[in-house]
Design a protein around this ligand. Structure first.
Ligand code: SF4
Ligand code: SF4
Length: 355
């Protein structure tokens, strides 16, 4: 049976109030929030946007979704995990402040925010999945153990995965910092010694003495446990994750999504906003160019069907594969075919337009 994807069109000229009204209609007619049961602990997974970026989902739209879920008796928290690179979202406390600055306050969304703290034992979790790349996924415990999940995603381009939607928001977005590093090609960070200003911060924070400073930084990959602490503290981006071979990263990301969504069939709803479709993800600390007009909002209980339908709809409006054009070295459809292959969902879908 085909997976159902519900869609409501949005255009660049729609005012925010019009989009809010459309979102309410879509939630009502699709009934996707039936996944939330009375008394459920609900993770509403979102990306709050890096400082300097405004591509993230409008907090008022998130508020509509969270209030609806609360109305069904869910105990809802908006949430995201910390990131690998140095920025306002590297640590839980700064991340929370940035979310508030971006408008995700309780008076707007109706719910509190929870950012799992990777440095606290008990807030992360390891899940054995025995997949091709990932044997054990390292994720935020809250995302894995919630009763139901609502994944609220901004659909846009991505330098490594071609495009980013629901699968990426779950797979990469719910991983701990260690899990994020494991999804990139090399377990140990890539080192750019020429950028190093010998501040020593990475050496101090490395838990296994894998880094040494002798004028410039060097890394003993055999000792490295891939915790990503050093990536987060380096002020000069001398330590970073490998951006080559997006195919492998996509497959690992899908395996992480599989780990997180296992056992959540009919307990997870997925919502893609194909609005303000930028070339790059919301982790960029600056504005980045739009590549397509606003297309609409998509919802489904199947993450693969949802991303596939969103991808095809944007390209249909643009009359070309706009994501491939923006990132010629990446084929974003790998995440869709691999997700189908390992049973995350089905690309075979019925697109139902709601008015
Ligand atoms: S990733 Fe962790 S273990 Fe590896 S060098 Fe950096 S701080 Fe050390
Ligand atoms: S944190 Fe960065 S700049 Fe400082 S010593 Fe380490 S690699 Fe060099």
């Amino acid at each position: 049976m085909k997976s159902k994807v519900y869609f409501i069109p949005v255009s660049d000229t729609d005012a925010r109030e019009a989009v809010k009204s459309k979102l309410k209609t879509l939630l009502y007619k699709s009934e996707v929030l039936r996944v939330v049961g009375k008394g459920d602990k609900v993770a509403a997974k979102i990306h709050f946007g890096e400082a300097g970026n405004t591509g993230y989902v409008d907090p008022e739209f998130a508020g509509i979704i969270c209030r609806e879920a609360k109305g069904k008796g869910g105990d809802v928290l908006l949430s995201d995990s910390n990131v690998l690179y140095k920025g306002r979202r590297t640590g839980a406390s700064d991340h929370l402040k940035l979310a508030w600055e971006h408008g995700f306050t309780k008076d707007v969304t109706g719910v509190d925010i929870f950012i799992p703290d990777d440095t606290k034992q008990g807030e992360t979790l390891e899940i054995a999945i025995g997949q091709k790349h990932i044997k054990t996924a390292k994720v935020g415990r809250f995302f894995a153990e919630c009763d139901s999940m609502i994944v609220i995603s901004h659909f846009k381009g991505h330098m490594l995965t071609g495009f980013g939607g629901t699968i990426k928001n779950v797979g990469m977005g719910c991983a701990s910092r260690q899990g994020k590093l494991a999804q990139h090609n090399n377990f140990a960070p890539i080192v750019y010694p020429d950028n190093c200003i010998a501040c020593g911060e990475c050496v101090k924070i490395c838990p296994v003495d894998a880094l040494s400073l002798n004028g410039k930084i060097s890394l003993d990959a055999a000792k490295c446990i891939g915790c990503a602490n050093c990536v987060g503290v380096c002020p000069t981006f001398s330590l970073f994750v490998d951006l080559k071979d997006g195919a492998a990263v996509q497959e690992k990301m899908v395996e992480y999504a599989y780990a997180l969504l296992r056992g959540k069939k009919n307990k997870a709803a997925f919502i893609n906003f194909a609005i303000k479709i930028n070339k790059e993800c919301d982790c960029w600390g600056q504005e980045n160019p739009g590549i397509a007009p606003d297309v609409g909002i998509f919802v489904s209980l199947d993450p693969v069907a949802l991303d596939k339908a969103s991808y095809e709809a944007v390209n249909r409006v643009c009359k070309k594969d706009i994501f491939k054009l923006a990132h010629p070295d990446q084929d974003g459809t790998i995440q869709l075919s691999y997700a189908e292959k390992i049973g995350l969902g089905s690309g075979d879908h019925e697109l139902i337009e709601v008015r």
